[in-house]
Design a protein around this ligand. Structure first.
Ligand SMILES: Cc1cc2nc3c(=O)[nH]c(=O)nc-3n(C[C@H](O)[C@H](O)[C@H](O)COP(=O)(O)OP(=O)(O)OC[C@H]3O[C@@H](n4cnc5c(N)ncnc54)[C@H](O)[C@@H]3O)c2cc1C
Length: 327
């Protein structure tokens, strides 16, 4: 790769972890001639904060400030879609992971979360731990934009924070329209009701590993509305709910609901899997379930032979029937 990759860095200035975000990004970018940062795009609560926050940034051509009262992923995504670049770089934590995954899904690019290292050569290789951190995988990135969220290890590198007193590039100040959610319910940094806690604590607040009963929704549900009905069903059954990776990656559900090698390894008394094919990566997260029940249109789907009870049918119909019965 001869030309430098044009990168945009996205930061959440609404979060109390802002300094840690910039420190991680700074540590990652230090000495990398092969990446040229075009712009820093930052969420801020007020435009008055921009001079103070901007002093942390490394060199770039443009700074974009997006004013928002709280974190609005969908509005931010709409905005990001209008940007061009080879690489979208996000900090470690929930904000970065959510945004990198969603952006890549929308733009049909490549997402790597928890990025440990990026090697730019004849091929672009992203390294990250997989299979419960037992293996360091090298993933060849093919489709642009490459949406990368850094691993927390980058925050721990203790990169010296940059302090730039003068910025000579261009700056833009834009306002994100509210998306109608109640900001008070979303906490101080707009990421959730308990937003005062550090992101890593908040992300692990839900412990699906301890769930006694689980309703797992796969991509076969077809849309977020059906997922909402499956969640209702879980609540009626006093069960927790989780999802397969495509469901989380398409932003129908937060990443902390992901079941499998990249998410929660569970051991419920029973798990009901709706519209999930039963890929090994998902089933490893369910291998300790005492009883597995699957609903799938395809009798040959791998999950069917792994289940104690396999129902061939439309998941939507079965969800509706069970909801009606339990109501
Ligand atoms: C390194 C790595 C890590 C991964 N980690 C995870 C992980 O932790 N968790 C995870 O889930 N995946 C993970 N994956 C992805 C995994 O390999 C599968 O791609 C994923 O589990 C598939 O999700 P799915 O079954 O929901 O979707 P699909 O594979 O699209 O399957 C959908 C299923 O729904 C059925 N269906 C369709 N319509 C209906 C309907 N109306 N009613 C009933 N059934 C219907 C289809 O027959 C099909 O079987 C990982 C992959 C890699 C490479």
């Amino acid at each position: 790769m001869s030309e430098a990759l044009r990168a945009q860095v996205f930061l959440n200035g609404l979060s109390s972890s802002f300094e840690a975000q910039v420190g991680a990004v700074g540590a990652f970018l230090a000495g990398r001639q092969e990446i040229k940062v075009i712009s820093y795009v930052t969420l801020v609560r007020t435009f008055e904060e921009s001079p103070k926050l901007g002093r942390y940034f490394g060199p770039c051509q443009e700074r974009v400030w997006l004013k928002a009262d709280y974190f609005q992923p969908e509005r931010l995504l709409e905005h990001i879609k209008s940007y061009e670049g080879d690489l979208a770089l996000f900090p470690p934590g929930l904000f970065g992971a959510q945004m990198a995954g969603r952006l890549a899904a929308r733009l049909k690019g490549s997402a790597v979360l928890n990025l440990i290292e990026l090697e730019v050569g004849a091929r672009l290789l992203a390294k990250k731990y997989v299979y419960s951190e037992n293996l360091l995988a090298s993933l060849a990135l093919k489709k642009k934009p490459y949406c990368l969220a850094l691993s927390k290890e980058w925050s721990a590198k203790g990169h010296e924070i940059l302090w730039q007193e003068k910025f000579t590039g261009s700056e833009r100040w834009l306002e994100l329209e509210p998306d109608g959610l109640d900001p008070d319910a979303l906490g101080p940094d707009g990421l959730g009701p308990d937003g005062g806690r550090p992101e890593e604590v908040r992300a692990s607040g839900l412990d699906l590993a301890k769930a006694q009963a689980l309703v797992v929704s796969g991509f076969g549900l077809g849309d977020p509305a059906t997922l909402a009905r499956a969640i209702e069903l879980a609540q009626r059954l006093s069960a927790e709910w989780g999802v397969s990776r495509p469901v989380a990656m398409n932003a129908w559900a937060p990443l902390e609901r992901l079941i499998g090698v990249s998410g929660a390894m569970t051991a419920p008394k029973w798990a009901l899997c709706l519209g999930a094919s039963g890929a090994a990566a998902l089933l490893s997260g369910l291998s300790q379930a005492q009883k597995l029940i699957a609903v799938n249109l395809d009798p040959e789907a791998p999950i069917m032979s792994r289940s104690d009870l396999a129902v061939v049918g439309q998941a939507q119909e079965i969800i509706e029937a069970l909801n009606k019965l339990l109501a």
